[in-house]
Ligand binder design. Structure first.
Ligand code: ATP
Ligand code: MG
Length: 395
């Protein structure tokens, strides 16, 4: 196996962000504190001249639900397949339960799998499907039956032992696949878009069910999705991937409120983006001033990626923007035209266009008795601490 370190990768291939991905502290290989289940270090995969995954580090603790989230082609499945042992890494190492599993064959890794395409065996009954991993491990028939019955009760599908997969609904099939993935009590369960084929209502239901079961049984899960809502709902931590590398790792609220890059800010949730030039940064507060094309200036927290005198983007969440008819003491105020205000029960959503720069913005707020009049002028306001200024050119 060829061994490559990060600098050789970067020398050979022009991959912006790879250094950052492997050196940012939140997913750096930790000092081994806590009850570590999975550790990957410098793991990469190259196909021909292209890296499906550049050198990646990640540690997952016992009982954690970690989601790999990212756009299509960002390397999520590649990372999961390497953890499973179904794809050989180009470089790096994998430890499961603190044992080096880098070269171990899939069946020697203590792992359960549930993939969208990993269908149930059609010629086997439900009981045979679920019992399969147990029989593979040499468990006696009576014990297999007992374990299968127990888990079917747990997933609330008792009495379907003798049915075949074609005699089950889509949701039932996924539940059986889930049972098969966890029946042998593996160290880690890997799931690759397991709910993608289900309709929205069933998917929401199954998300809650998987999460409940995972918590109740203390299972460690590495889950893949490109649906940010699913990732936000289910995960203890989200590992955001982009361009074959980890962009940011952290609890959903950290990624949402403190994105480290413009990509992270834009990928998760809704955002308002205002482009301009970074004029300067206050050394004490870290608050910077962004000048828009019209000359209007806005203040916000400055991320590492933004440099004074260069193009930058200010990102502010819709729920941090207030739309008022009169000016108040908010740090940032932009005169705007109200395009539309929609009441969605307890929340209202107002679309405005700024007067000077003609930028469309969205504000979400608790519904007020008097809503902003369509076509009227108002101020869109937000505090500097709720806005983040990123360097432009990254996305
Ligand atoms: N066997 C292979 N041979 C060549 N290239 C591959 C192979 N498998 C994956 N790739 C490439 O590696 C990159 C990452 O693929 P991967 O399947 O990991 O993406 P993903 O994040 O899971 O995407 P999706 O959300 O579409 O499932 C893609 O550019 C893909 O084309
Ligand atoms: Mg995939």
């Amino acid at each position: 196996m060829e061994t490559l370190n990060q600098s050789t990768l970067d020398d050979r291939f022009d991959m912006p962000g790879t250094h950052k991905a492997s050196t940012t502290p939140d997913h750096r290989v930790s000092a081994g504190i806590g009850n570590e289940k999975l550790r990957i270090a410098g793991l990469s995969k190259r196909y021909g001249d292209t890296y499906a995954l550049t050198a990646t580090d990640l540690v997952v603790q016992q009982g954690e639900f970690v989601t790999l989230l990212g756009p299509s082609g960002s390397g999520k499945t590649t990372l999961l397949m390497m953890i499973a042992g179904l794809t050989q890494p180009t470089s790096g190492q994998i430890w499961i339960e603190r044992k080096d599993a880098t070269l171990a064959p899939p069946h020697r890794r203590d792992i359960g799998m549930m993939f969208q395409s990993y269908a149930l065996f059609p010629h086997m009954t439900v009981a045979e499907n679920i019992g399969f991993p147990l029989r593979m491990r040499g468990m006696r028939a009576e014990q297999v039956k007992h374990e299968v019955d127990t888990i079917l009760a747990l997933i609330k599908l008792p009495g379907i032992q003798h049915r075949f997969p074609t005699q089950l609904s889509g949701g039932q099939q996924q539940r059986v696949a889930l049972a098969r993935a966890i029946v042998h009590k593996p160290s880690i369960v890997l799931m690759d878009e397991p709910l993608a084929a289900l309709d929205k209502a069933l998917r929401t239901h199954m998300q809650a069910e998987i999460r409940q079961l995972q918590k109740a049984l203390g299972i460690t899960v590495v889950y893949v999705t490109h649906d940010q809502e699913e990732a936000m709902t289910m995960s203890d931590r989200i590992c955001l991937m982009n361009n074959a590398a980890i962009e940011q790792v952290g609890p959903p609220e950290d990624l949402y409120f403190s994105p480290r890059t413009l990509f992270a800010g834009q990928f998760l949730g809704e955002s308002n983006c205002l482009r301009g030039t970074l004029q300067g940064i206050d050394a004490g507060s870290g608050i910077g001033k962004l000048q828009l094309a019209s000359g209007v200036t806005l203040s916000g927290r400055v991320s590492e990626s933004a440099k004074v005198g260069t193009n930058a983007v200010l990102l502010v969440r819709p729920e941090s923007v207030r739309v008022n008819g009169s000016s108040t003491a908010a740090t940032n105020q932009l005169g705007c035209t109200v395009d539309e205000c929609t009441v969605m029960g307890s929340l209202s959503r107002t679309r405005v266009t700024t007067l000077d720069d003609q930028v469309g913005m969205i504000a979400v707020a608790l519904t007020q008795a008097v809503k902003p009049a369509t076509g009227g002028t108002a101020f869109a306001m937000f505090d500097a601490n709720d806005a983040i200024i990123f360097g432009d050119g990254h996305v």
